[in-house]
Ligand binder design. Structure first.
Ligand code: NAD
Length: 322
């Protein structure tokens, strides 16, 4: 029997081969659950040594009731469903996987950009209705020579930046208050205040985390600054854009189009007025996903657990406990 118990709190994958491969070094096979409530979580996690968590909320109450846990490993970049202060108080490491989907999410942002510019999904919909010669409906402009604005310049944004370097863009403006202008310039971008970026960009792609500062940072007054031909892409977090303001901007022609992967409420509610618009394309918070990224995510999440159970720090710590 293995010395340690490692519990999966919510089952989104069905198979746990990668986790078990990594943890087999300590003879561990993960125990998969799909907790429906706090009471169930408390009773199973009471003496668990490690916890792999996806979207299930690991609240203060649950964490304080865990008597044996040494590490919580969140499957993903963000960790807002884990009470970090409670974990730190209990000397439990919290870890995450910050770098598993840079390729996939940047591909996804690019796919949205091309779709908004070349209107692939719109044309597809219209052709199915028997329509043709669709360029008369809606002008398309070329990408070469235009200005791209990147909000946030971390892992995903930089990967996107590398990918667009062959498109002949005129300028890439970057707004990231936490990165030195010199570092942005060194990477080939042009640092810009947010307002200038919004005014000058033909295409805007958001890659900032959701924080108090970024929540609703794009609202009515920001849309009014943008070009009427502007395209906005959001693959970061939904609440960064005020959805009512997005609806008005698209409806009133303040901007041309939007490609959206993330929403204030997910799944996007059936009654959302955004669904009635032709100039928005939706995806289902799928930026992170590819078959390769899932394997990388599962392997790295399990490595965080393995390292702590072997007496080390997690590979990607969120807090510090000793
Ligand atoms: P990252 O931490 O590498 O980069 C985020 C960047 O945003 C940092 O450089 C930071 O300085 C900057 N930033 C912070 N506050 C800002 C502000 N007020 N204004 C502008 N920039 C600001 O993160 P990443 O891996 O590039 O991911 C970016 C976001 O994408 C994540 O926070 C996550 O929410 C989201 N994401 C979504 C998916 C998806 O499936 N759609 C997948 C992965 C990540």
């Amino acid at each position: 029997m293995a010395k340690y118990r490692v519990v999966v709190t919510d089952d989104r994958y069905g198979s746990y081969r990668e986790e078990n491969d990594v943890l087999s070094e300590l003879g561990i096979e993960v125990e998969v659950h799909d907790f429906k409530n706090e009471a169930e979580a408390k009773s199973v996690l009471k003496d668990a040594d490690g916890v792999l968590v996806n979207l299930f909320p690991l609240t203060r109450e649950i964490i304080l009731s865990m008597n044996n846990c040494k590490v919580i490993s969140r499957y993903g970049v963000g960790y807002d469903n884990v009470d970090i202060d409670a974990a730190t108080a209990k000397e439990i490491w919290v870890s995450r996987v910050p770098d598993y989907s840079m390729e996939d999410t940047s591909d996804h942002a690019l796919a949205h950009l091309f779709n908004c510019v070349r209107k692939i999904t719109y044309r597809d919909r219209m052709i199915r209705e028997g329509k043709w010669n669709l360029h008369k409906d809606w002008p398309s402009f070329r990408i070469a020579g235009k200005t791209l604005g990147l909000i946030g310049f971390g892992n995903i944004s930089k990967t996107l930046f590398r990918k667009v370097s062959g498109f002949g863009l005129g300028t890439v403006l970057v707004y990231d208050p936490y990165i030195d202008d010199a570092a942005i310039r060194k990477a080939g971008g042009t640092p810009s205040p947010l307002e200038e970026l919004l005014k000058q960009s033909d295409y805007i792609s958001i890659h900032a985390p959701l924080t108090d500062e970024t929540e609703a940072m794009i609202g009515s007054s920001e849309f009014r600054l943008m070009k009427k031909s502007a395209v906005i892409i959001n693959t970061s977090r939904g609440p960064i854009i005020n959805e009512d303001a997005l609806y008005s901007a698209l409806k009133e022609g303040e901007i041309a189009a939007a490609g959206i992967d993330v929403y204030k409420t997910e799944p996007l509610p059936m009654e959302s007025p955004l669904r009635s618009l032709d100039n928005i394309t939706f995806t289902d918070h799928a930026g992170w996903y590819s078959e390769e990224s899932i394997i990388e995510l599962k392997t790295k999440a399990a490595r965080n657990i393995l390292e702590v159970l072997k007496g080390n720090k997690p590979v990607y710590p969120v807090n510090s406990v000793r």
